[in-house]
Design a protein around this ligand. Structure first.
Ligand code: ARG
Length: 457
């Protein structure tokens, strides 16, 4: 098949070059956006009197037929036509003849591919924002349902202070909220029309870029034709938002893996969301969480990949940029898969409330509360810290927990201690006391969930 650019060539392209340079095997994914963009372009060309209404009508009908053929799997993608743009254009010319040859007026594949990609990234971001919104709702529901459960909060993976499980869950909800906001912010820079920049310099023909922007629902039109065809910042921004999001997913997955281990025993993952071992009959493995953690690797890699492709490119379009697609597609597919299964997984976990409480009661995790108690009795915090440290040392040396000591033993460390000390050393008391804004008391957490839900609306 003759290539649209073959005019100045006298020899055929070698097969190995065709194999090496083709992108149709993966950029066929852009077909819908390519057709949408071409329809808008054809309408603009006729509105501006650059082509006739009649030809524009033929082009639009031809493109709609091609749409149906692709949708129904009847379209034959040809490697020798390199990419999605030339495949569709060649099919159009075959269908509608000379009119089809007018479509590429005042356009280059350079601004065309930038357009297709922006439409693809925009649609992906909108879908991901929807999935994140759903995840936020599921987490807020989970928090509401676990308000009564106290657990150890950790620093350095060492038990630190008791917290509500709901507070821990809401910490993730806040992360995913920020991720959604970050994608939303990126959308402002993604949603800019590059079409009409042509190869790099713009065109002498009287095009109307604002009109194309309004047809394709872009908020604005790019200001510099050279920048527009060489810019992939919007793709990089998408990939970096995705990398931060996957970092959050991975941290949560890591906790699910740890918490479902026998050593922690905090949570049981439902059978439907776990897998077994081919050799060890007793095993129930958290593979879904592990794979979510593992898939973070490819999403980081995709960001690095495109950053590296772009770093040495002189202005403007360079064929290197064809390497932008696979990392983008892979990241969008991965996010879609992860964000679809994660809420399901969360809804299929059972927390062991008794085990969580026992674990938070057992590790001197209310020691800070004793220090705060002594502060309330008038001691400087440093002195209170020292005294409480000595109490912990005494317990450790004698195999006791804080609630095992009687008042007399406590008073050996400070005469300021009275029997109301027993009101502060339980993990529930500790949690209830944390009424500061954003703290872990049930009142503060309920208020947090309420604010969170309000801004979800
Ligand atoms: N397949 C190419 C890409 O993905 C389309 C643009 C090609 N432009 C060019 N002048 N060779 O980047």
């Amino acid at each position: 098949m003759k290539k649209p650019w073959a005019g100045r060539f006298t020899e055929k392209t070698s097969k190995s070059v065709e194999d090496f340079t083709e992108s149709i095997s993966f950029d066929k994914k852009l077909w819908k956006y390519d057709i949408e963009g071409s329809i808008a372009h054809a309408k603009m060309l006729s509105k501006q009197g650059i082509i006739s209404k009649r030809d524009s009508g033929r082009i639009v009908r031809g493109l709609k037929d091609i749409w149906t053929e692709i949708e129904e799997g009847r379209f034959r993608f040809r490697e020798e036509l390199e990419d999605i743009h030339m495949n569709i254009e060649a099919a159009l010319i075959k269908k509608v003849g000379d009119a089809g040859g007018m479509l590429h007026t005042a356009r280059s594949r350079n601004d065309q591919v930038a357009l297709d990609l922006r439409l693809y990234v925009r649609a992906s971001v909108e879908e991901i924002i929807g999935l994140l919104r759903r995840l936020e709702t599921v987490l807020a529901d989970l928090a509401d349902g676990t308000l009564g459960i106290v657990m150890p909060g950790y620093t350095h993976t060492q038990r630190a202070q008791p917290v509500l499980l709901a507070h821990h869950v809401m910490a993730y909800a806040q992360m995913f909220r920020r991720d959604r906001m970050r994608f939303g912010d990126a959308l402002k820079r993604i949603n800019v029309l590059p079409l009409g920049s042509c190869a790099l310099a713009g065109t002498g023909l009287p095009i109307d870029r604002q009109y194309v922007a309004s047809l394709l629902k872009f908020d604005s039109v790019s200001d510099n034709s050279m920048d527009s065809v060489s810019d992939r910042d919007f793709a990089l921004e998408f990939l970096s938002c995705a990398a931060v999001l996957m970092m959050h997913v991975s941290r949560m997955a890591e906790e699910m893996v740890l918490w479902s281990s026998e050593e922690f025993g905090f949570v049981e993952i439902a059978d439907a969301f776990a897998t077994g071992s081919s050799i060890m009959p007793q095993k129930k493995n958290p593979d879904v969480a592990e794979l979510m953690r593992g898939k973070t690797g490819r999403v980081y890699g995709n960001l690095m990949s495109l950053l590296t492709v772009m770093k040495g490119l002189p202005m403007t379009y360079n064929r290197d940029m064809q390497e932008d697609k696979e990392p983008l597609f892979d990241t969008a597919d991965t996010l879609r898969a992860v964000l679809s299964i994660l809420p399901e997984m969360l809804k299929n976990m059972t927390f062991d409330a008794a085990r969580l409480r026992q674990s938070s009661d057992a590790a001197f995790s209310t020691a800070t509360d004793i220090a705060e108690y002594l502060v309330n009795k008038g001691l400087p915090f440093r002195t209170a810290h020292e005294i409480t440290g000595k109490i912990v040392r005494f317990c450790l040396d004698n195999g006791k927990q804080l609630h095992d000591l009687d008042l007399e033993s406590y008073r050996l460390f400070s005469p300021k201690i009275e029997k109301d000390v027993f009101d502060v050393i339980s993990s529930s008391a500790s949690v209830n006391a944390k009424k500061s804004y954003g703290g872990t008391s049930p009142t503060a957490v309920k208020a947090q969930i309420k604010r969170f839900r309000n801004s979800l609306k």
